[in-house]
Design a protein around this ligand. Structure first.
Ligand code: NAD
Length: 228
């Protein structure tokens, strides 16, 4: 059997970090060899892994990219809310390293991206889309990274620069809900995804970690990982 993929987890003490560690215990193809959280130096941990998975905070991204470049490691970035400059850092790093960067690692949401693109193309300009996203009160960024990706998908499919309206709701302990509403003359089409557990994101991130190691440099999406 091939040896397990050695993973460094950044943001290990957080909600997603703990979920990744728990799931990885049951996966013989994954070995979480190092865990970092606030204040831990990333550099020594990066040295001994094959891939780093990041579920921390957007401000950690420059250190993660710099140390991954030093040691030529693959990256799986799940953190959201990056500034334009931070996104450029990720894009520049992906010229030299293979990186999966996904605002949402769930299979269902990636199929929602695909369906939303298809629906926008089929419905045409008579239907205007908008997005509603709901998350738990602790979520730090709004709109969600997933809602922003959905807006990009819709804009590209409609071949327009018109902004897509995004409504963000923060309540209770909702893991994550995204609805795309297409309103046309006398009819509406709604596509909804509801996440019941953070496990779906953790499972997707581990799948991405196994997929990315050994790939050529580039910025890959979860749709690439899933072959959508
Ligand atoms: P959280 O606040 O529970 O956990 C974040 C952890 O990162 C904390 O333990 C914090 O101490 C740590 N951290 C902060 N700055 C750090 C730094 N500089 N270095 C190392 N660790 C640092 O948040 P969460 O719910 O686990 O979410 C984490 C991130 O993942 C958020 O950006 C969230 O939006 C994103 N997220 C993405 C997906 C996806 O599928 N892509 C799914 C869920 C959450």
């Amino acid at each position: 059997m091939k040896s397990p993929v050695r993973v460094l987890l950044v943001g290990a003490a957080g909600r997603m970090g703990k979920t990744v560690v728990d799931l990885a215990k049951a996966d013989p193809k994954i070995d979480v060899v190092a865990q970092c959280d606030v204040g831990d130096p990333i550099e020594p941990a990066m040295k001994n892994c094959d891939v780093a998975i990041d579920f921390s905070h957007r401000d950690a991204v420059s250190e993660i990219c710099r140390t991954a470049l030093n040691f030529r490691k693959s990256l799986v970035i799940g953190t959201t809310g990056h500034s334009q400059e931070q996104r450029r850092t990720i894009e520049k790093t992906a010229e030299s390293l293979p990186i999966v960067f996904a605002s949402n690692f769930s299979v269902g949401v990636n199929v929602l991206f695909w369906l939303s693109r298809k629906a926008a193309e089929l419905l045409g300009p008579d239907f205007s889309p908008e997005i509603i996203e709901t998350h738990h009160k602790m979520k730090k960024d709004a709109p969600s990274g997933t809602a922003k990706t959905l807006a990009e998908v819709l804009k590209a499919a409609r071949k327009t620069k018109d902004e897509i309206l995004i409504q963000s709701i923060r309540e209770g302990e909702v893991v994550g809900e995204h609805t795309v509403i297409f309103t046309g003359p006398c009819e509406r089409l709604e596509l909804t995804h509801r996440a019941a557990s953070r496990e779906i994101f953790a499972r997707g991130a581990l799948r991405a970690a196994k997929w990315i190691v050994g790939r050529p440099p580039g910025l890959y999406s979860m749709q690439d990982v899933l072959g959508l």
